[in-house]
Design a protein around this ligand. Structure first.
Ligand code: SAM
Length: 242
């Protein structure tokens, strides 16, 4: 079991998720480092069942799209009260709607959110949610990628995991964050471990040389080459290498 430094007096980072499927949580967020950090009180997770705010005997939450078309849309007069209730629980957290139309979730966005008090996340379903809720409540829309999932629960988990691992004390070795992909503006260099030889493939000699300056240079060069080959968009307009 990893040991976590005592919290520095700050309240735990708080994730509140509005969902029709609270039983999906904590799911993967409850295991390994995140699960341990949760137990250690570094972050908290709560779900709010949207259906509790549903209308009538059947607790209806959705209806057909205005103007026609396939599928159903989550109603504004259900989500509005649900979000108002969430506000009373987490007054200071940004309100975020997970949406394929949103701004991309990046490491910079996660870092920024991890610095705050937490997040209140609305997980959509069906064809999405009534636009008036987004406008009225000032929801920030965030996407986890250019593809469409069935619901916002997995995107909410992705966002939470990306943030929570950045909270001080959650990861064991702080330097493991410093060199990670995107933290330096580059993809990470290749990693190796024992055995020294595997199926005719060797660990590059430089990594076994003990020359830390040369190792650092090699890793930097590898990170630059990988990034230029796979994600030139991350390199910026001017080449980094001198
Ligand atoms: N009709 C919507 C569209 O074309 O943009 C897609 C709705 S999707 C089937 C249902 C819900 O899944 C959305 O309301 C959103 O909460 C979530 N979702 C799906 N893909 C997502 C993504 N890439 N990023 C964030 N949330 C996503």
């Amino acid at each position: 079991m990893a040991h976590f430094p005592a919290s520095d007096g700050r309240p735990p980072w708080r994730a509140l998720v509005l969902t029709l499927f609270p039983e999906m949580f904590p799911g993967p967020l409850g295991v390994s480092l995140l699960g341990q950090a949760h137990e250690a009180g570094l972050w908290s997770l709560e779900t709010l069942q949207i259906r509790d705010f549903g209308l009538g005997r059947h607790r209806q939450v959705d209806d057909t799209p205005a103007g026609g078309g396939a599928g159903m849309v989550l109603r504004a007069d259900v989500l509005g009260p649900a979000l108002d209730h969430a506000r009373t629980k987490s007054p200071d957290s940004p309100l975020i709607y997970l949406s394929p139309r949103g701004a991309p979730l990046t490491q910079a966005v996660a870092r920024d959110l991890a610095l705050g008090p937490g997040v209140t996340l609305l997980a959509g379903r069906f064809e999405g949610i009534d636009q008036r809720v987004i406008d009225e409540k000032g929801l920030r829309e965030i996407s986890i990628g250019d593809y469409v999932l069935a619901g916002g629960e997995l995107p909410a988990m992705v966002l939470i995991e990306a943030c929570v691992r950045l909270i001080p004390g959650v990861l064991g070795a702080s330097e493991s964050l410093a060199s990670e992909s995107f933290e330096t503006g580059l993809l990470e260099y290749p990693q190796y471990t024992k055995p020294r030889e595997w199926q005719g493939r060797s660990i590059p000699d430089i990594l076994l040389s003990g020359d830390h300056k040369k190792i650092e240079e090699w890793r930097r060069r590898q990170a630059e080459d990988l990034t230029a080959a796979r994600r030139p968009d991350l390199m910026g307009p001017t080449p980094r290498r001198k």
